[in-house]
Design a protein around this ligand. Structure first.
Ligand code: ATP
Ligand code: MG
Length: 366
């Protein structure tokens, strides 16, 4: 295996129980050098526990944590080439910014002049030049976040572990800081594991996302994989809004590579690319994202993949109209963008709508 292919971090069958509660069950994943991998999942699913296991703050029940080829499972945190930024930052409030950032270097007995140079570099990296002499109490929440990041980077860890690093910040600052973290991470090429509750945060900064629930990895993949081809209903609903419409696969056409699906509201063709696991006669759910649907009036000409419904509700939101469409006993939510250029439908209007051939589907069972 060449160096490039060797993962920086490997989790091999990692399990963790607290008493008789098994929180993590045989988690295996491998993280290439330089990747930003995000853990997402509902509260209590074990994200922090898995991060603490990697950092050495929580003992593993069974399995292995391999860092750059070395099993580090038995090492204490300070003997690992990992650095964790806790949600609370854990900065020293009465010390100034420089001393906080240089703290670990001082413990390592690095000469003072070298520490000063390194701290200057780090201050510049996190856009805090000129604020080195301020105490932590006299800088803002966003700046504290930067100091915590700089302090963790000071010792040049092989893996950076960030547990909900932005949760103390207000919404606008969160967006600024997440972009900054991503840009710093890419610039120095550090392998990073990031934990968040925020699906949009995960989608926008990650190379890959690991979705955790019920103690297992539900799916690991790029943001596009997770959003466009979720492996189950849980994942589909976890990221963004999604509609499920029941159908049945009637046939498959080899030439066009299209499945023909019947629903109570019309027939649709699905391409195989997004649906490799399906087979003829499967009962399925079409996984329809609100922004992928187009609405037409009931007297417009029939197009492929057109289904019928009735407008139940509409909500104007400036850049889009959100329609609720009744389809039998289901409601489908649709976002129609550029409402200025399209017909506005009202409650009770019979309509047709198209779903794309690239629509993803999930088998009802399994
Ligand atoms: N030291 C502990 N002793 C006993 N149970 C624990 C301990 N730490 C965590 N747990 C339990 O393990 C489960 C996973 O906790 P964890 O903190 O990893 O979840 P999380 O995904 O980080 O949640 P959140 O999103 O709320 O931060 C929870 O049910 C929690 O109560
Ligand atoms: Mg947590």
């Amino acid at each position: 295996m060449s160096n490039k292919e060797k993962p920086m971090l490997e989790l091999v069958d990692v399990s963790k129980s607290f008493g008789d509660v098994e929180v993590l069950k045989n988690i295996s994943a491998s993280v290439p050098k330089g990747e930003l991998l995000t853990f997402v999942g509902p509260s209590g699913c074990g994200k922090t526990t898995l991060l603490r296991i990697i950092g050495g703050f929580t003992a593993i029940s069974s399995g292995q944590v391999i860092l750059d080829g070395e099993d580090i499972g038995a090492l204490p945190p300070n003997m690992r080439d990992t650095k964790m930024v806790f949600q609370s930052y854990a900065l020293f409030p009465h010390m100034n910014v420089r001393k906080n950032i240089g703290f670990g270097l001082k413990l390592q007995k690095m000469p003072k002049a070298k520490i000063d140079d390194r701290v200057d570099e780090l201050l510049a990296l996190v856009h805090m030049d000129g604020l080195g002499e301020r105490t932590i109490e006299r800088i803002s929440g966003g700046q504290q976040q930067r100091v915590a990041l700089a302090r963790s980077l000071a010792l040049e860890p092989k893996v950076l572990l960030l547990d909900e690093p932005l949760s103390n910040l207000d919404a606008n600052l969160r967006v600024v800081m997440r972009e900054e973290i991503r840009s710093i991470q890419e610039r120095i090429g550090i392998t990073t594991i990031f934990v968040t509750h925020d699906q949009y945060e995960a989608m926008s900064i990650s190379d890959r996302i690991l979705v955790l629930n019920d103690g297992i990895i539900q799916q690991i993949g790029t943001p596009t994989d997770i959003y466009e081809t979720p492996k189950n209903k849980f994942i589909a609903e976890f990221v963004g809004y999604v509609n499920f419409l029941e159908g049945k696969i009637e046939s498959f056409d080899q030439d066009s590579e299209l499945y023909s699906v019947s629903t109570e509201h019309g027939n649709v063709s699905l391409n195989r690319t997004n649906n490799k696991d399906l087979a003829v006669a499967d009962e399925i759910y079409l996984v329809i994202r609100p922004e992928t649907v187009m609405i037409f009036s009931s007297d417009s000409e029939d197009l492929p993949n057109m289904l019928t419904g009735e407008i139940q509700d509409s909500m104007y939101a400036g850049n889009l109209v959100k329609y609720t469409i009744r389809c039998g006993d289901r409601e489908i939510l649709i976002d129609q963008y550029n409402p200025k250029d399209s017909i506005k439908f009202k409650r009770g209007d019979k309509i047709k709508f198209t779903v794309p051939k690239s629509v993803h589907a999930l088998p009802k069972k399994g």
